[in-house]
Design a protein around this ligand. Sequence first.
Ligand code: 13P
Ligand code: ZN
Ligand code: NA
Length: 281
Amino acid sequence: PFVTSEKMLLDARRGGYAVGAFNAENMEMVKAIIAAAEELRAPVMIQTTSSTIKYGSVETYAAIVSAEAMKASVPVCLHLDHGSSFGLAVRCVMAGYTSVMMDGSKLPFEENIAVSRQVAEMAAAVGIPCEAELGKVGGKEDEVEAVADTNTDPAEAKEFVERTGISSLAVAIGTAHGFYVGTPVLDVERLSEIRKAVDVPLVLHGASGLTDEQVQGCVKRGICKVNFATELRNAYTRAVERYLLDNPNTIDPKAYSKAAMAAVTELVKARMKVCGCDGKM
Ligand code: 13P
Ligand code: ZN
Ligand code: NA
């Protein structure tokens, strides 16, 4: 079924595991992610960034995901990832997205509160949960570019959650979008402090390139949603490349797309197991 992120994230918090949230660019990635969720009996979040939405459209992704989710035997949610404005969040909700994020993390604290609260209230009015971000995750995710790497302050996090009414909070503890050069150092003590200060489910961004142990350590300390994007794009594209090198006379897109989907499904299954959301449905 096609559901919001509310129950799946609260269940994850209660159960001490995390829901995997996977960025999709096209129908093939959506099908591959849902296939992994069905095989492992896991709840799943599919998400699109604003640049993905520019590539397709909110109506297109909502139609693809809702059609696939309605056939699925596990709960599937469609989430706006790193929403860059109130208007985009409205467009997503109207198109049928079942979860949104407002990323105001590059704004001053008060402005981040104001816009996150506005989106959270709008979404709540129609039963849609809202994620927001405080502190800066490294690297660049579409139009939302981190200015400097600043980790989330636990006391500010408490005030931010209270004043915005958000459903979940994305934290900055040393992760970055994209693959890492070297091994990132995560401030897990800070994560535990944030967990103590805040009771909404916490979200980890930038999980591509983290070791299994790093992801599991964060889940143990209260992360309820883990975002993976770069690893899926890489698995997909390398599989297409490999297929075309091995089969240079290929004409039918279905042939290399099947190879790409199989690679994405395998990757998503492995990451779901690390998050501990397998077997929960
Ligand atoms: P990665 O690209 O590092 O997996 O980050 C994903 C993410 O945080 C999407 O919001
Ligand atoms: Zn992110
Ligand atoms: Na990353």
